[in-house]
Design a protein around this ligand. Structure first.
Ligand SMILES: Cc1cc2nc3c(=O)[nH]c(=O)nc-3n(C[C@H](O)[C@H](O)[C@H](O)COP(=O)(O)OP(=O)(O)OC[C@H]3O[C@@H](n4cnc5c(N)ncnc54)[C@H](O)[C@@H]3O)c2cc1C
Length: 430
Protein backbone atom coordinates (compact mmCIF):
# COMPACT_ATOMS: atom_id res chain seq x y z
CA UNK A 1 0.00 0.00 0.00
CA UNK A 2 1.24 3.47 -0.86
CA UNK A 3 2.45 5.40 2.13
CA UNK A 4 1.57 3.14 5.03
CA UNK A 5 1.83 4.26 8.59
CA UNK A 6 5.61 3.89 8.62
CA UNK A 7 6.55 6.10 5.65
CA UNK A 8 7.76 9.69 5.74
CA UNK A 9 4.37 10.79 4.46
CA UNK A 10 2.72 9.57 7.63
CA UNK A 11 5.35 10.95 10.00
CA UNK A 12 4.02 12.93 12.99
CA UNK A 13 2.52 16.22 11.85
CA UNK A 14 2.25 19.64 13.42
CA UNK A 15 -1.47 18.92 13.55
CA UNK A 16 -0.97 15.83 15.72
CA UNK A 17 1.33 17.84 17.98
CA UNK A 18 -1.37 20.49 18.47
CA UNK A 19 -4.43 18.24 18.46
CA UNK A 20 -7.33 18.66 20.84
CA UNK A 21 -7.63 15.84 23.32
CA UNK A 22 -9.24 12.90 21.65
CA UNK A 23 -10.94 9.99 23.40
CA UNK A 24 -9.81 6.48 22.44
CA UNK A 25 -12.68 4.67 20.80
CA UNK A 26 -12.82 0.88 21.25
CA UNK A 27 -11.97 -1.75 18.67
CA UNK A 28 -14.94 -3.64 17.24
CA UNK A 29 -15.19 -7.02 18.98
CA UNK A 30 -17.99 -9.38 17.97
CA UNK A 31 -21.06 -9.01 15.82
CA UNK A 32 -23.33 -5.97 16.01
CA UNK A 33 -26.19 -4.64 13.98
CA UNK A 34 -27.35 -1.09 13.32
CA UNK A 35 -29.23 1.05 10.83
CA UNK A 36 -26.19 2.50 9.04
CA UNK A 37 -22.58 1.34 9.01
CA UNK A 38 -20.03 3.98 7.95
CA UNK A 39 -16.54 2.89 6.82
CA UNK A 40 -13.99 5.64 7.53
CA UNK A 41 -13.76 8.41 10.14
CA UNK A 42 -12.66 11.40 8.09
CA UNK A 43 -14.88 14.40 7.31
CA UNK A 44 -17.07 12.38 4.91
CA UNK A 45 -17.80 9.53 7.29
CA UNK A 46 -18.04 11.67 10.43
CA UNK A 47 -20.41 14.16 8.82
CA UNK A 48 -22.58 11.30 7.54
CA UNK A 49 -22.58 9.74 11.01
CA UNK A 50 -23.39 13.04 12.72
CA UNK A 51 -26.26 13.92 10.39
CA UNK A 52 -27.70 10.42 10.55
CA UNK A 53 -27.43 10.21 14.34
CA UNK A 54 -29.15 13.60 14.60
CA UNK A 55 -31.99 12.16 12.54
CA UNK A 56 -32.32 9.29 15.02
CA UNK A 57 -30.51 6.53 13.11
CA UNK A 58 -28.44 3.95 14.97
CA UNK A 59 -24.99 4.47 13.38
CA UNK A 60 -21.74 2.51 13.67
CA UNK A 61 -18.49 4.03 12.32
CA UNK A 62 -15.58 1.67 11.59
CA UNK A 63 -12.18 3.34 11.31
CA UNK A 64 -9.05 1.34 10.44
CA UNK A 65 -6.72 3.63 12.42
CA UNK A 66 -7.90 6.63 14.45
CA UNK A 67 -10.41 9.41 13.91
CA UNK A 68 -8.87 11.85 11.39
CA UNK A 69 -5.94 9.54 10.59
CA UNK A 70 -6.49 9.91 6.82
CA UNK A 71 -6.41 13.05 4.67
CA UNK A 72 -8.77 14.84 7.06
CA UNK A 73 -6.10 14.98 9.74
CA UNK A 74 -3.17 15.85 7.47
CA UNK A 75 -4.32 18.30 4.82
CA UNK A 76 -3.42 21.91 4.03
CA UNK A 77 -6.52 23.13 5.85
CA UNK A 78 -7.51 25.32 2.92
CA UNK A 79 -11.19 25.95 2.30
CA UNK A 80 -11.53 26.53 -1.43
CA UNK A 81 -14.50 27.99 -3.30
CA UNK A 82 -16.05 25.99 -6.16
CA UNK A 83 -14.60 22.90 -7.80
CA UNK A 84 -11.30 21.84 -9.32
CA UNK A 85 -12.84 22.45 -12.76
CA UNK A 86 -14.22 25.62 -14.39
CA UNK A 87 -17.98 25.92 -14.00
CA UNK A 88 -18.23 26.33 -17.80
CA UNK A 89 -16.88 22.80 -18.24
CA UNK A 90 -19.27 21.45 -15.61
CA UNK A 91 -22.16 23.20 -17.42
CA UNK A 92 -21.19 21.45 -20.67
CA UNK A 93 -21.19 18.10 -18.87
CA UNK A 94 -24.41 18.32 -16.87
CA UNK A 95 -26.36 21.30 -18.25
CA UNK A 96 -27.02 24.71 -16.76
CA UNK A 97 -29.56 23.60 -14.14
CA UNK A 98 -27.42 20.93 -12.52
CA UNK A 99 -24.35 23.20 -12.77
CA UNK A 100 -26.30 25.85 -10.85
CA UNK A 101 -27.26 23.27 -8.21
CA UNK A 102 -23.64 22.15 -7.92
CA UNK A 103 -22.44 25.73 -7.53
CA UNK A 104 -25.07 26.36 -4.85
CA UNK A 105 -24.11 23.20 -3.00
CA UNK A 106 -20.44 24.18 -3.20
CA UNK A 107 -21.38 27.39 -1.41
CA UNK A 108 -23.55 25.46 1.03
CA UNK A 109 -20.55 23.23 1.82
CA UNK A 110 -18.63 26.24 3.20
CA UNK A 111 -21.65 27.47 5.17
CA UNK A 112 -22.18 23.97 6.56
CA UNK A 113 -18.57 23.83 7.72
CA UNK A 114 -18.91 27.18 9.48
CA UNK A 115 -22.20 26.11 11.01
CA UNK A 116 -20.80 22.78 12.29
CA UNK A 117 -17.82 24.55 13.82
CA UNK A 118 -20.07 27.05 15.56
CA UNK A 119 -22.88 24.73 16.58
CA UNK A 120 -20.56 22.12 18.07
CA UNK A 121 -18.05 24.59 19.47
CA UNK A 122 -15.14 23.07 17.50
CA UNK A 123 -11.90 24.82 18.37
CA UNK A 124 -10.13 24.61 14.98
CA UNK A 125 -8.75 28.10 14.21
CA UNK A 126 -11.32 28.69 11.44
CA UNK A 127 -10.75 31.95 9.60
CA UNK A 128 -11.80 33.38 6.25
CA UNK A 129 -9.80 34.93 3.44
CA UNK A 130 -8.08 33.12 0.58
CA UNK A 131 -5.63 34.28 -2.07
CA UNK A 132 -5.12 32.55 -5.42
CA UNK A 133 -1.65 33.65 -6.54
CA UNK A 134 -0.58 33.90 -10.20
CA UNK A 135 3.03 33.23 -11.18
CA UNK A 136 2.48 34.14 -14.84
CA UNK A 137 0.44 36.57 -16.90
CA UNK A 138 -1.42 33.63 -18.43
CA UNK A 139 -2.58 32.69 -14.91
CA UNK A 140 -3.74 36.26 -14.21
CA UNK A 141 -5.98 35.95 -17.28
CA UNK A 142 -7.22 32.57 -16.06
CA UNK A 143 -8.06 34.03 -12.64
CA UNK A 144 -9.88 36.96 -14.27
CA UNK A 145 -11.89 34.44 -16.28
CA UNK A 146 -12.72 32.50 -13.12
CA UNK A 147 -13.79 35.65 -11.28
CA UNK A 148 -16.04 36.64 -14.21
CA UNK A 149 -17.51 33.17 -14.45
CA UNK A 150 -18.32 33.11 -10.72
CA UNK A 151 -19.70 36.67 -10.71
CA UNK A 152 -21.64 36.75 -13.98
CA UNK A 153 -22.76 33.13 -14.05
CA UNK A 154 -23.51 32.62 -10.36
CA UNK A 155 -23.77 36.05 -8.75
CA UNK A 156 -20.71 35.45 -6.55
CA UNK A 157 -19.46 38.84 -5.38
CA UNK A 158 -16.90 37.80 -2.75
CA UNK A 159 -13.77 37.76 -4.92
CA UNK A 160 -11.72 40.50 -6.55
CA UNK A 161 -8.57 40.67 -8.66
CA UNK A 162 -5.39 41.89 -7.01
CA UNK A 163 -2.76 43.61 -9.15
CA UNK A 164 0.98 42.90 -9.09
CA UNK A 165 1.77 45.90 -6.86
CA UNK A 166 -0.94 45.08 -4.31
CA UNK A 167 0.13 41.41 -4.05
CA UNK A 168 3.06 42.50 -1.91
CA UNK A 169 0.69 43.74 0.78
CA UNK A 170 -0.76 40.22 1.09
CA UNK A 171 2.38 38.08 0.71
CA UNK A 172 5.97 39.18 1.29
CA UNK A 173 7.37 37.85 -1.97
CA UNK A 174 8.09 39.25 -5.41
CA UNK A 175 7.10 35.97 -7.09
CA UNK A 176 3.54 36.80 -7.99
CA UNK A 177 2.28 38.89 -10.88
CA UNK A 178 -1.30 39.08 -9.64
CA UNK A 179 -3.98 37.20 -7.77
CA UNK A 180 -7.59 36.72 -6.85
CA UNK A 181 -8.65 37.49 -3.29
CA UNK A 182 -11.62 35.40 -2.20
CA UNK A 183 -13.32 36.40 1.03
CA UNK A 184 -15.41 33.21 0.80
CA UNK A 185 -12.43 30.85 1.07
CA UNK A 186 -10.48 30.25 4.26
CA UNK A 187 -8.52 27.90 6.47
CA UNK A 188 -8.70 25.76 9.60
CA UNK A 189 -6.79 23.23 11.72
CA UNK A 190 -7.87 20.11 9.84
CA UNK A 191 -7.32 17.47 12.51
CA UNK A 192 -9.09 19.48 15.18
CA UNK A 193 -12.08 19.92 12.86
CA UNK A 194 -12.19 16.11 12.42
CA UNK A 195 -11.85 15.52 16.18
CA UNK A 196 -14.67 18.00 16.78
CA UNK A 197 -16.90 16.27 14.24
CA UNK A 198 -16.24 12.92 15.91
CA UNK A 199 -17.09 14.34 19.31
CA UNK A 200 -20.34 15.78 17.93
CA UNK A 201 -21.23 12.50 16.17
CA UNK A 202 -20.58 10.48 19.34
CA UNK A 203 -22.61 12.94 21.42
CA UNK A 204 -25.48 12.51 18.96
CA UNK A 205 -25.32 8.74 19.55
CA UNK A 206 -23.03 7.35 16.82
CA UNK A 207 -20.84 4.44 17.97
CA UNK A 208 -17.26 4.90 16.74
CA UNK A 209 -14.78 2.02 16.59
CA UNK A 210 -11.08 2.67 15.94
CA UNK A 211 -8.40 0.14 14.99
CA UNK A 212 -11.18 -1.65 13.11
CA UNK A 213 -10.18 -2.05 9.47
CA UNK A 214 -12.96 -3.36 7.28
CA UNK A 215 -11.57 -6.30 5.36
CA UNK A 216 -14.65 -7.28 3.38
CA UNK A 217 -18.08 -5.85 2.65
CA UNK A 218 -21.32 -7.21 1.28
CA UNK A 219 -23.25 -4.60 -0.65
CA UNK A 220 -26.49 -6.48 -1.38
CA UNK A 221 -29.89 -5.93 0.20
CA UNK A 222 -28.51 -6.73 3.67
CA UNK A 223 -25.15 -4.95 3.74
CA UNK A 224 -22.39 -6.22 6.00
CA UNK A 225 -18.89 -5.06 6.93
CA UNK A 226 -16.35 -7.45 8.41
CA UNK A 227 -13.25 -6.64 10.43
CA UNK A 228 -10.66 -9.09 11.81
CA UNK A 229 -12.58 -9.37 15.09
CA UNK A 230 -16.17 -8.63 14.30
CA UNK A 231 -18.88 -7.69 11.86
CA UNK A 232 -21.58 -5.10 11.42
CA UNK A 233 -24.88 -5.95 9.77
CA UNK A 234 -26.76 -2.81 8.69
CA UNK A 235 -29.66 -1.65 6.55
CA UNK A 236 -27.37 0.83 4.79
CA UNK A 237 -23.63 1.03 4.21
CA UNK A 238 -21.63 4.21 3.59
CA UNK A 239 -18.14 3.91 2.12
CA UNK A 240 -16.13 6.93 3.25
CA UNK A 241 -12.57 5.60 2.99
CA UNK A 242 -11.66 7.88 0.07
CA UNK A 243 -8.01 7.49 -1.06
CA UNK A 244 -7.43 4.94 1.70
CA UNK A 245 -10.28 2.59 0.79
CA UNK A 246 -8.08 1.01 -1.88
CA UNK A 247 -9.34 -2.27 -3.29
CA UNK A 248 -12.14 -2.94 -0.77
CA UNK A 249 -14.72 -2.34 -3.50
CA UNK A 250 -12.85 -2.40 -6.83
CA UNK A 251 -15.61 -0.70 -8.85
CA UNK A 252 -15.52 2.27 -6.45
CA UNK A 253 -11.71 2.47 -6.50
CA UNK A 254 -11.49 2.51 -10.32
CA UNK A 255 -12.50 6.14 -10.67
CA UNK A 256 -10.01 7.66 -8.23
CA UNK A 257 -6.24 7.91 -8.06
CA UNK A 258 -4.60 8.21 -4.63
CA UNK A 259 -1.81 10.78 -4.87
CA UNK A 260 0.68 11.68 -2.15
CA UNK A 261 0.99 15.34 -1.20
CA UNK A 262 3.11 16.83 1.58
CA UNK A 263 3.56 19.68 4.04
CA UNK A 264 6.31 21.14 6.17
CA UNK A 265 6.00 23.38 9.22
CA UNK A 266 8.73 25.84 10.13
CA UNK A 267 9.76 26.48 13.69
CA UNK A 268 7.67 29.18 15.45
CA UNK A 269 8.77 32.41 13.75
CA UNK A 270 7.41 34.80 16.34
CA UNK A 271 4.32 36.88 15.78
CA UNK A 272 5.99 39.79 14.02
CA UNK A 273 7.99 37.71 11.58
CA UNK A 274 5.01 35.51 10.71
CA UNK A 275 2.81 38.58 10.26
CA UNK A 276 5.47 40.05 8.03
CA UNK A 277 5.10 37.09 5.65
CA UNK A 278 1.29 37.12 5.33
CA UNK A 279 0.01 40.24 7.11
CA UNK A 280 -3.73 39.45 6.85
CA UNK A 281 -3.21 35.73 7.54
CA UNK A 282 -5.03 34.71 4.36
CA UNK A 283 -4.54 31.17 3.09
CA UNK A 284 -2.52 31.24 -0.12
CA UNK A 285 -2.24 28.85 -3.07
CA UNK A 286 -0.70 29.32 -6.46
CA UNK A 287 -2.62 28.14 -9.51
CA UNK A 288 -0.15 25.70 -11.01
CA UNK A 289 -1.53 22.24 -11.73
CA UNK A 290 1.03 20.88 -9.27
CA UNK A 291 0.43 23.65 -6.82
CA UNK A 292 1.97 25.05 -3.64
CA UNK A 293 -0.25 26.16 -0.77
CA UNK A 294 0.56 27.75 2.54
CA UNK A 295 -0.70 29.70 5.52
CA UNK A 296 0.28 30.90 8.97
CA UNK A 297 -0.43 28.70 11.96
CA UNK A 298 -1.93 29.93 15.21
CA UNK A 299 1.51 29.55 16.84
CA UNK A 300 3.17 31.66 14.10
CA UNK A 301 4.77 29.01 11.94
CA UNK A 302 4.56 28.83 8.18
CA UNK A 303 2.73 25.66 7.08
CA UNK A 304 3.82 25.06 3.51
CA UNK A 305 2.44 22.33 1.26
CA UNK A 306 3.01 21.07 -2.21
CA UNK A 307 4.63 18.38 -4.24
CA UNK A 308 2.79 15.38 -5.42
CA UNK A 309 3.73 11.74 -5.87
CA UNK A 310 1.85 9.25 -7.99
CA UNK A 311 4.55 6.65 -7.91
CA UNK A 312 3.72 5.13 -4.54
CA UNK A 313 6.94 6.27 -2.85
CA UNK A 314 7.45 9.34 -0.73
CA UNK A 315 10.83 9.85 -2.35
CA UNK A 316 14.07 10.77 -0.63
CA UNK A 317 14.73 14.28 0.55
CA UNK A 318 11.08 15.27 0.75
CA UNK A 319 11.69 17.77 3.54
CA UNK A 320 14.62 19.35 1.67
CA UNK A 321 12.70 19.57 -1.59
CA UNK A 322 9.73 21.27 0.03
CA UNK A 323 12.03 23.61 1.94
CA UNK A 324 13.75 24.57 -1.31
CA UNK A 325 10.39 25.31 -2.93
CA UNK A 326 9.39 27.38 0.12
CA UNK A 327 12.65 29.34 -0.07
CA UNK A 328 11.93 30.03 -3.75
CA UNK A 329 8.94 32.06 -2.53
CA UNK A 330 10.29 33.26 0.82
CA UNK A 331 14.12 33.45 0.62
CA UNK A 332 13.96 35.37 3.89
CA UNK A 333 13.23 32.04 5.66
CA UNK A 334 16.70 30.64 4.88
CA UNK A 335 17.52 30.47 8.60
CA UNK A 336 14.19 29.00 9.71
CA UNK A 337 14.36 25.44 10.99
CA UNK A 338 11.85 22.93 9.63
CA UNK A 339 10.22 21.21 12.60
CA UNK A 340 7.75 18.88 10.87
CA UNK A 341 7.32 17.18 7.52
CA UNK A 342 4.37 14.92 6.74
CA UNK A 343 1.88 14.06 4.06
CA UNK A 344 -1.05 11.93 3.11
CA UNK A 345 -3.12 10.72 0.23
CA UNK A 346 -5.57 12.85 -1.63
CA UNK A 347 -8.02 11.19 -4.03
CA UNK A 348 -8.29 12.76 -7.45
CA UNK A 349 -10.64 11.81 -10.26
CA UNK A 350 -9.81 11.99 -13.96
CA UNK A 351 -12.35 14.79 -14.32
CA UNK A 352 -11.32 16.57 -11.09
CA UNK A 353 -14.88 16.68 -9.73
CA UNK A 354 -16.14 14.57 -6.81
CA UNK A 355 -17.36 11.05 -7.49
CA UNK A 356 -20.61 10.06 -5.74
CA UNK A 357 -22.63 6.92 -6.31
CA UNK A 358 -24.21 3.69 -5.13
CA UNK A 359 -23.09 0.08 -5.13
CA UNK A 360 -26.08 -2.20 -4.85
CA UNK A 361 -29.42 -1.02 -3.46
CA UNK A 362 -28.34 0.55 -0.18
CA UNK A 363 -24.61 1.26 -0.25
CA UNK A 364 -23.48 4.82 -0.92
CA UNK A 365 -20.06 6.34 -1.49
CA UNK A 366 -18.56 9.80 -2.01
CA UNK A 367 -14.88 10.52 -2.61
CA UNK A 368 -12.42 12.06 -5.08
CA UNK A 369 -12.90 15.71 -4.09
CA UNK A 370 -9.65 16.41 -5.97
CA UNK A 371 -8.19 18.88 -3.47
CA UNK A 372 -11.48 20.54 -2.42
CA UNK A 373 -12.53 18.09 0.28
CA UNK A 374 -12.07 20.28 3.35
CA UNK A 375 -15.33 21.98 2.41
CA UNK A 376 -17.00 19.42 0.13
CA UNK A 377 -16.55 16.25 2.23
CA UNK A 378 -18.74 17.54 5.06
CA UNK A 379 -21.53 18.26 2.61
CA UNK A 380 -21.03 14.84 0.98
CA UNK A 381 -21.66 13.21 4.35
CA UNK A 382 -24.80 15.27 4.85
CA UNK A 383 -26.08 14.39 1.36
CA UNK A 384 -25.52 10.68 1.99
CA UNK A 385 -27.46 11.04 5.24
CA UNK A 386 -30.30 12.65 3.26
CA UNK A 387 -30.17 9.82 0.72
CA UNK A 388 -30.35 7.15 3.45
CA UNK A 389 -33.34 9.00 4.90
CA UNK A 390 -35.09 8.78 1.52
CA UNK A 391 -34.34 12.12 -0.13
CA UNK A 392 -31.63 11.45 -2.68
CA UNK A 393 -32.28 14.35 -5.10
CA UNK A 394 -29.29 16.42 -3.99
CA UNK A 395 -26.97 13.39 -3.74
CA UNK A 396 -28.03 12.46 -7.28
CA UNK A 397 -27.03 15.86 -8.69
CA UNK A 398 -23.45 14.92 -7.76
CA UNK A 399 -23.97 11.31 -8.85
CA UNK A 400 -24.89 12.56 -12.34
CA UNK A 401 -21.44 14.10 -12.87
CA UNK A 402 -19.78 11.96 -15.54
CA UNK A 403 -16.52 10.21 -14.64
CA UNK A 404 -13.98 8.56 -16.87
CA UNK A 405 -11.87 5.70 -15.58
CA UNK A 406 -8.13 6.24 -15.46
CA UNK A 407 -6.52 4.99 -18.65
CA UNK A 408 -4.82 1.67 -18.10
CA UNK A 409 -7.19 0.56 -15.32
CA UNK A 410 -6.02 -0.19 -11.80
CA UNK A 411 -2.68 -1.66 -12.96
CA UNK A 412 -1.51 0.93 -15.47
CA UNK A 413 -3.27 4.07 -14.25
CA UNK A 414 -0.22 5.17 -12.23
CA UNK A 415 2.29 5.19 -15.13
CA UNK A 416 -0.31 6.88 -17.36
CA UNK A 417 -0.92 9.56 -14.77
CA UNK A 418 2.79 10.09 -14.12
CA UNK A 419 3.19 10.82 -17.83
CA UNK A 420 0.19 13.16 -17.88
CA UNK A 421 1.43 15.02 -14.81
CA UNK A 422 4.91 15.37 -16.31
CA UNK A 423 3.23 17.21 -19.18
CA UNK A 424 1.31 19.45 -16.76
CA UNK A 425 4.47 20.23 -14.80
CA UNK A 426 6.06 21.32 -18.07
CA UNK A 427 3.00 23.46 -18.80
CA UNK A 428 3.28 25.07 -15.33
CA UNK A 429 6.72 26.29 -16.38
CA UNK A 430 5.48 27.97 -19.59
C1 LIG B 1 -1.49 16.47 2.43
C2 LIG B 1 -2.89 16.80 1.98
C3 LIG B 1 -3.23 18.12 1.78
C4 LIG B 1 -4.54 18.45 1.40
N1 LIG B 1 -4.90 19.76 1.37
C5 LIG B 1 -6.18 20.09 1.15
C6 LIG B 1 -6.60 21.44 1.26
O1 LIG B 1 -5.82 22.33 1.62
N2 LIG B 1 -7.90 21.74 0.98
C7 LIG B 1 -8.80 20.77 0.63
O2 LIG B 1 -9.97 21.10 0.39
N3 LIG B 1 -8.45 19.47 0.57
C8 LIG B 1 -7.17 19.10 0.84
N4 LIG B 1 -6.81 17.79 0.84
C9 LIG B 1 -7.87 16.78 0.61
C10 LIG B 1 -8.77 16.59 1.84
O3 LIG B 1 -7.97 16.38 2.98
C11 LIG B 1 -9.71 15.41 1.59
O4 LIG B 1 -10.49 15.67 0.45
C12 LIG B 1 -10.64 15.14 2.77
O5 LIG B 1 -9.98 15.11 3.99
C13 LIG B 1 -11.35 13.81 2.51
O6 LIG B 1 -12.00 13.38 3.67
P1 LIG B 1 -12.55 11.90 3.72
O7 LIG B 1 -13.26 11.74 4.99
O8 LIG B 1 -13.34 11.61 2.47
O9 LIG B 1 -11.26 10.96 3.63
P2 LIG B 1 -10.13 10.70 4.73
O10 LIG B 1 -9.96 11.83 5.64
O11 LIG B 1 -8.93 10.18 4.02
O12 LIG B 1 -10.75 9.55 5.63
C14 LIG B 1 -10.88 8.23 5.20
C15 LIG B 1 -10.75 7.32 6.43
O13 LIG B 1 -11.18 6.03 6.06
C16 LIG B 1 -10.37 5.10 6.75
N5 LIG B 1 -10.45 3.84 6.01
C17 LIG B 1 -10.09 3.59 4.74
N6 LIG B 1 -10.30 2.30 4.43
C18 LIG B 1 -10.83 1.73 5.53
C19 LIG B 1 -11.26 0.41 5.84
N7 LIG B 1 -11.18 -0.59 4.95
N8 LIG B 1 -11.78 0.17 7.06
C20 LIG B 1 -11.89 1.16 7.99
N9 LIG B 1 -11.47 2.43 7.74
C21 LIG B 1 -10.95 2.70 6.54
C22 LIG B 1 -8.98 5.72 6.73
O14 LIG B 1 -8.15 5.21 7.74
C23 LIG B 1 -9.30 7.18 6.90
O15 LIG B 1 -9.21 7.61 8.25
C24 LIG B 1 -5.50 17.42 1.16
C25 LIG B 1 -5.14 16.08 1.33
C26 LIG B 1 -3.84 15.77 1.74
C27 LIG B 1 -3.48 14.33 1.93
Amino acid sequence: MTGGAGTAAHAPSWYAATALSQPDHPRLEGDVSCDVCVVGAGYTGLSAALHLAERGYDVVVLEAERVGWGASGRNGGQIVTGYNKPMGTIERWVGAEDARRLWDMGEEAKRLLADLVERHGIDCDLRWGYLFAALKDRQVRELAGMRDEWAEGYGYDRSRLVGRDEMGSFVATTKYVGGLLDHGGGQLHPLNYAIGLARAAAAAGARIFEGSRVEAVETGTAPMARTARGSVRARHLILAGNAYLRGLVPSVAAKIMPAGTYLIATEPLGENRAKGLIPDAVAVADVNVVLNYYRRSADHRLLFGGGVSYSGFDGPGLRQRLRKTMLGIFPQLEDARIDYCWGGHVAITMDRTPHFGRVGPSTYFAHGYSGHGVALAGLAGKLMAEAVAGTAERFDVFARLPHQSFPGGALLRTPALVLAMAWYRLRDLL
